[in-house]
Design a protein around this ligand. Structure first.
Ligand SMILES: [Fe+2]
Ligand SMILES: [Fe+2]
Length: 254
C-alpha cells in the first residue's frame, strides 16, 4: 500500500506482523530503496529509522498499522544515517521507546547521539516484545561496521539482515521468492561496501544456522525462501572472490 504519493513511501506485510516500510530515493542511477521494518506486537519495534529527511513519511506509514506513539523499541543494524538518522525524531514521537543496538554501538555512538539512554544487546541475547521473542546477533564488519548486528524474529524466522543482500533499483516488489543474490552481488561489484573481515564466512554460517525463512533486507525486496541456502551461497561467492584476489601477483613498488 502506497502511503505517501509525494515520496512514494509504501508499507507492506512481508511476514506475520512484520511490515516493510519502503521509500525510494534517487541516490544512485536507477534508484535505490530504504526500508524500515515495523514489528507489531504488545511492544511494537522499529528496525531502522531511515534518514531524518524521510522521517515524516516513515512516521505516516507506521501510523497505518500502530500509533507511532506506542513504539517501544527503536533500533538498527549499525550506526549510519539510514539506520539511525531519524532516531531522535522517533524518540520524541514515542515517549516510551527505548533505543537499542549492539553493545559496542551503544558505547561508540548511540549513547552520545540518542536523546535517551540506549540498550545494548550482546551476541545471542534474546528479549520479548510480547507474543514473540527476538534474538540479537553480533556480526562485526559483516557487511560493515564494528558495531554491526542483526535482529532475528524467532516466531516467524525473519532475519532483519540490514545491508546484507542490498539490491539496487527503485521499483522492486516488497517481497520476492526469486533469489536476490545476483542483484546484490551486482551492487557489491559496483560499490565495495563489505569490510574485508577474516570472519565473514564464520559469521554468515552462524546466520545461516538460524534457518531464516524471510530475509528482511534494508535495501531492495525482502526475500522469502531458503534463507540459509542463499546466505551460504553468498559466503561461497565472497570466498571465491577472496581466493582470486590472493592469486594476483603482489603490487611491486620501486
Ligand atoms: Fe550500512
Ligand atoms: Fe543501509
Amino acid at each position: 500500500m502506497i502511503t505517501n504519493q509525494g515520496t512514494g513511501t509504501r508499507i507492506d506485510e512481508v511476514a506475520a506482523g512484520i511490515y516493510r516500510i519502503c521509500t525510494p530515493l534517487d541516490v544512485i542511477p536507477g534508484g535505490f530503496t530504504f526500508n524500515s521494518y515495523l514489528i507489531a506486537d504488545d511492544e511494537p519495534l522499529l528496525f531502522h529509522t531511515g534518514y531524518r529527511k524521510i522521517f515524516p513519511p516513515t512516521l505516516e506509514a507506521i501510523g497505518k498499522v500502530v500509533p507511532a506513539a506506542k513504539l517501544r523499541w527503536i533500533g538498527g543494524s549499525h550506526f549510519e544515517g539510514d539506520e539511525y538518522g531519524a532516531l531522535n525524531d522517533f524518540l520524541a514521537a514515542a515517549p516510551e521507546a527505548t533505543p537499542f543496538g549492539t553493545e559496542i554501538g551503544v558505547l561508540t555512538s548511540l549513547n552520545d547521539f540518542a536523546s535517551r539512554p540506549a540498550r545494548g544487546f550482546e551476541d545471542g541475547e534474546e528479549f520479548s516484545i510480547g507474543s514473540r521473542r527476538m534474538k540479537w546477533l553480533y556480526t562485526p564488519h559483516v557487511p560493515h561496521g564494528w558495531d554491526c548486528g542483526i535482529l532475528f524474529d524467532l516466531s516467524t524466522k525473519t532475519l532483519m539482515c540490514g545491508d546484507l543482500f542490498t539490491q539496487p533499483g527503485a521499483n522492486l516488489p516488497p517481497l520476492t521468492e526469486s533469489e536476490v543474490l545476483s542483484a546484490s552481488e551486482g551492487m557489491r561489484g559496483m560499490m565495495d561496501y563489505y569490510a574485508h573481515s577474516m570472519r565473514t564466512s564464520a559469521i554468515l554460517e552462524h546466520l545461516a544456522s538460524l534457518q531464516p525463512s524471510v530475509l528482511a533486507c534494508q535495501h531492495g525486496s525482502a526475500y522469502r525462501g531458503d534463507g540459509a541456502a542463499l546466505i551460504r551461497e553468498l559466503a561461497t561467492t565472497i570466498e571465491r572472490g577472496n581466493a582470486k584476489l590472493s592469486e594476483q601477483p603482489p603490487v611491486v613498488t620501486a
